[in-house]
Design a protein around this ligand. Structure first.
Ligand SMILES: [Zn+2]
Ligand SMILES: [Zn+2]
Length: 260
């Protein structure tokens, strides 16, 4: 992966799209700054919702760890993208993403030769080749998708790109001042209050929101209170309010809402 990299055990910390406390020799061997490395992870997304100690012990973690619900357990790739550039896109790792927008085709997750799922980095990992039969991923079948599906994916991926952008936030300091909350410790509460404000503006009752959050009935209250909920719950909640993340970020909470 990195020519001349002798500490191959460090490859494990590149798993699971997590940011790590200590990048070790990776900046030196990749010639990438820490900011550039963090951009290759889901850290900017996670940081929009919570503060989290990113102490990672990748070898001890199960599949996906804290990002379990957000990151696909197996690899999906676009063969046409790989033919052009041999990189795995971060967007492909997100569970809801199923399409390459560049080539208007479905992401492939199985080897057509031996039908096993494409594997992530492992000791047997050979970049761009099936771990079981050595088939080249660049030769995977290309499957077109319908225009309707493509339009939905475009909308979804535009929203996800916003969440992956480290230079934007959902709650700015002005919001936090209006909400009388201290960032970053009370970030989940601030996000929750903005959700509440958006729901009230949309004229929806809390009970209506339960329909979109099928796992636990009290989830709407937990989202708005700023309790710990898994990251996809936020996606479902916003989908229930028919909004986009840039709209959510741009929402200004009116002072009279706080007085209520
Ligand atoms: Zn592609
Ligand atoms: Zn295979």
């Amino acid at each position: 992966m990195f020519p001349g990299w002798r500490f191959c055990s460090q490859v494990c910390i590149l798993r699971w799209e997590c940011s790590v406390d200590d990048w070790g020799q990776i900046p030196r061997y990749t010639q990438l700054s820490l900011a550039e490395l963090e951009k290759l992870t889901l850290w900017p997304w996670v940081a929009k919702f919570r503060t989290l100690p990113m102490r990672m012990f990748p070898k001890r973690m199960g599949r996906g760890g804290i990002l379990r619900d957000l990151v696909a357990p197996d690899l999906r790739v676009c063969p046409l993208c790989l033919q052009e550039q041999p990189y795995i896109c971060l967007m492909w790792r997100l569970t809801p993403v199923q399409v390459c927008l560049r080539h208007c085709c479905a992401l492939q997750c199985y080897c057509p030769n031996c039908r096993i799922q494409l594997t992530l980095i492992s000791w047997q990992y050979w970049h761009l080749y099936c771990a079981a039969c050595d088939a080249d991923w660049r030769g995977l079948p290309v499957t077109a998708v319908s225009d309707d599906f493509l339009a939905k994916e475009e909308e979804q991926q535009r929203d996800f790109a916003f969440l992956l952008d480290p230079d934007v936030s959902l709650v700015n300091d002005d919001d936090a001042a209006v909400l009388n909350l201290a960032l970053p410790e009370q970030l989940p509460q601030a996000v929750g209050l903005k959700f509440r404000c958006l729901r009230v503006q949309e004229g929806k009752m809390m009970a209506q929101m339960s329909r979109y959050l099928t796992l636990l009935k009290d989830k709407p209250r937990r989202v708005e209170r700023g309790d710990w909920v898994s990251l996809p719950i936020y996606l479902d909640y916003l989908a229930g309010l028919d909004g986009s993340w840039p709209e959510f970020a741009a929402l200004t909470v009116p002072p009279e809402f706080i007085a209520d």
